[in-house]
Design a protein around this ligand. Structure first.
Ligand code: HPA
Ligand SMILES: [Zn+2]
Length: 342
């Protein structure tokens, strides 16, 4: 393997942009369908995997919501999250901040308690077993109304001590951040940190709205900032982290191929970018796969890869003590890698 790719795989890292529903591998989807006596609209695993051929965000979301239909019980959410954390552990992730979409499940009659309970049971287990720390981010679906988001926040009130922050995802075009101004204000008043998907398919103005109206401190995706020099300068000056998802961007045709990806240009402008997997079961890989794809296509240097790993820790919501400990672990791995002859 390219020595820079080896380094990327060895480095301790955090993942900050991961939809737990997007970690549903076809094999598990069929196992859960069988568990519940449900028939999926595909004959087998191969046929489902072959359907992962997307033209844009919406074509993916249609499949993603269809797949989520097999997630019904606390045990299903536990199994889903446990399977993701096995990949996280194998990729040397030491901290994860994961989204869940309650509206996708409560609309189908699944209890909020079962969704959050199953996810957290697996996270607590991985923290004990592998030392992976975590945060859980409740995400509102932006294709639904703000009134729906406010109702979801009300439903979440008994569980807010187990929810670490708020996000905004689903179909971006036509659903600007400003649509959710009131519900985000209420979340901020509750003391919850807020993030939002912006500038994945939507224009740079959506990123500005997320910053100025929703007052997010971190942007999910944000790659269309590259179209506005003024916004690029602002993101660098304010050190606003962007949780970039390279394989996702290529799969959803934000870029024609990985060589066209803007990640390296953003690093060169001193923007605090991180590498994440988004929906790894659908987009062809987990965090290390994303690093390797970028290293191969963009010829990232060892220094750039180290910077990306450090950014993932610095952009997280970890307390200072653990943040410093993980940054020190990165330094240690770099020294070992260098003394091994690189
Ligand atoms: O990449 C994404 N964008 C918007 N919504 C989503 N929900 C899951 N993945 C995504
Ligand atoms: Zn996403």
């Amino acid at each position: 393997m390219n020595p820079v790719a080896t380094l990327a795989c060895l480095l301790p890292k955090a993942e900050l942009h991961l939809h737990i529903e997007g970690t549903l591998e076809p094999e598990l989807a069929f196992r859960l369908a069988q568990r519940h006596g449900v028939t999926l609209p595909w004959p087998d695993v191969e046929a489902l995997r072959a359907a992962y051929n997307f033209s844009d965000l919406q074509s993916f979301l249609d499949l993603y919501y269809a797949g989520a239909n097999v997630l019904r019980t606390e045990a299903d959410f536990y199994d889903l999250t446990r399977a993701y954390l096995e990949h996280a552990h194998a990729d040397n992730l030491r901290h994860v901040e994961i989204f869940f979409d309650p509206q996708t499940h409560t609309e189908r009659g699944v209890a909020f308690e079962d969704v959050l309970g199953g996810i957290r049971r697996a996270l607590l287990e991985a923290e004990r077993e592998w030392g992976i720390s975590f945060r859980v981010i409740m995400s509102f679906l932006r294709h639904l109304s703000e009134a729906d988001a406010l109702a979801t926040l009300d439903e979440a009130r008994p569980y807010l001590h187990r929810i670490d922050g708020i996000g905004l995802d689903s179909s971006e075009m036509g659903h600007p951040p400003s649509k959710f101004a009131r519900v985000f204000a209420e979340c901020r008043e509750l003391g919850l940190p807020v993030v939002a998907h912006a500038g994945e398919e939507g224009p740079p103005e959506y990123i500005e709205e997320a910053l100025d109206i929703l007052r997010v401190k971190r942007i999910d995706h944000g790659v269309r900032a590259l179209e506005s020099d003024a916004l690029m300068t602002r993101l660098a000056n304010e050190q606003i982290p962007l949780t970039v998802c390279p394989l996702s961007n290529v799969k959803l045709k934000v870029y024609d191929d990985m060589t066209a990806h803007g990640l390296r240009k953003m690093l060169a402008r001193d923007i605090k970018v991180t590498i994440n997997s988004d929906d790894p079961a659908y987009f062809g890989g987990y965090v290390n796969d994303n690093f390797i794809a970028c290293i191969d296509a963009l010829d990232l240097t060892a220094d750039e890869v180290i910077k990306l790993a450090r950014n993932s820790i610095e952009a997280s919501w970890l307390d200072n003590a653990r943040r410093d400990a993980l940054l020190a672990e990165i330094d240690k791995v770099v020294v070992e890698w260098q003394s091994a002859g690189q």
